[in-house]
Ligand binder design. Structure first.
Ligand SMILES: [Zn+2]
Length: 320
């Protein structure tokens, strides 16, 4: 059945399982698909709700996703390649603050075009990937990479070996069971192994004002630094460091297996504050001309300020 907003049933929160939501906006995403964004009143995670269930997601990824998002045209642009290489380098730099990659076994879940495994190999790691897109996986296999075609869940069933480093770049936000995803990924770690995942930074999207255009149907969750950390900690991962990529446009956590924390013991943003700020961002974006024109000027200025803010956070982290 075609997934429309009408036939989707509301689901519990992707982070805390609560059913208590405030509706934020109904929107049509950049691929003309309807999306509905809500915020969880318990943990403050912004998420699509209602959203596709596992079965509908499988159908979506096998039928529509790769034609909509495969980036075959964009892959020709230098800017796009640079961006992808930048993301890969940022993630590996964050991991290497804790352990050098030289001689370690690294697995990239959702390795896509292979930018990250390529960079990791250049840094001396023994690399492998998991990739659900047959086309992407074949391309990497042809280049001699050790890539498993399929999802993480299918890969787990092949009785894979253990890895010193497991990474996942811009994949977690697509998962309808993110806690399970992280637990599966951490089961692939050797003793003392590290797990790193990067996602788009919703705080950046709100502050910079790219909400709601940045919402799209394949991104189920919109994490901030705090909700990402909370997701790791409630999944039994101890967060060693949190840092930003893409000038603050993405946020990542490096972790190792640890105790499962209760949400009550984790510092979260007040959902009411997040709701107010998000609605303000929507208004800025959807206001009529000439306010809209003014908005774009303000947005450009704000972008620079936000860049500086995240750069400062990055510098403090480096110096610290
Ligand atoms: Zn929640």
């Amino acid at each position: 059945m075609e997934s429309t907003k009408e036939n989707l049933i509301p689901s519990p929160c992707l982070l805390c399982d609560s059913n208590d939501f405030t509706h934020l906006i109904d929107w049509v995403d950049r691929h003309h698909l309807p999306v509905s964004l809500s915020i969880c009143n318990t943990c403050g995670l912004r998420q699509l709700n209602p959203r596709m269930n596992s079965k509908e997601l499988d159908q979506f990824y096998s039928s529509k996703y790769y034609s909509l998002y495969s980036m075959d045209n964009k892959s020709k642009s230098d800017k796009w390649v640079k961006r992808k290489q930048g993301i890969a380098k940022g993630i590996l730099d964050a991991v290497e603050k804790h352990r050098s990659l030289k001689g370690l076994r690294l697995l990239d879940i959702g390795c896509g075009h292979g930018f990250l495994i390529n960079e990791a190999r250049q840094r001396g790691a023994i690399v492998a990937g998991v990739e659900p897109s047959v086309k992407h996986a074949k391309r990497l296999l042809d280049k001699g990479f050790d890539v498993h075609t399929g999802t993480l869940e299918q890969f787990i069933n092949t009785k894979p070996g253990l890895y010193d480093i497991v990474v996942s770049s811009h994949v977690l936000e697509h998962s309808d069971k993110p806690c399970q995803f992280l637990q599966c990924a951490s089961n692939l770690l050797t003793h003392g192994g590290l797990l790193c995942a990067e996602v788009p930074n919703a705080e950046w999207q709100t502050t910079y004002g790219s909400h709601p255009v940045s919402i799209h149907t394949a991104h189920l969750a919109y994490h901030t630094e705090r909700t990402l950390k909370a997701l790791f900690e409630t999944s039994g991962l101890e967060v060693l460091s949190v840092s930003f990529g893409l000038n603050g446009g993405s946020v990542r956590a490096v972790s190792q297996p640890g105790p499962v924390k209760a949400l009550a013991d984790i510092e979260l943003d007040d959902p009411l504050d997040v709701t107010r700020e998000t609605i303000r961002a929507f208004k800025r974006h959807t206001s009529p001309w000439p306010f809209n024109k003014l908005h774009y000027a303000v947005r450009a200025a704000r972008k620079e300020i936000v860049k500086l803010r995240f750069k400062h956070a990055l510098k403090t982290e480096r110096d610290g």
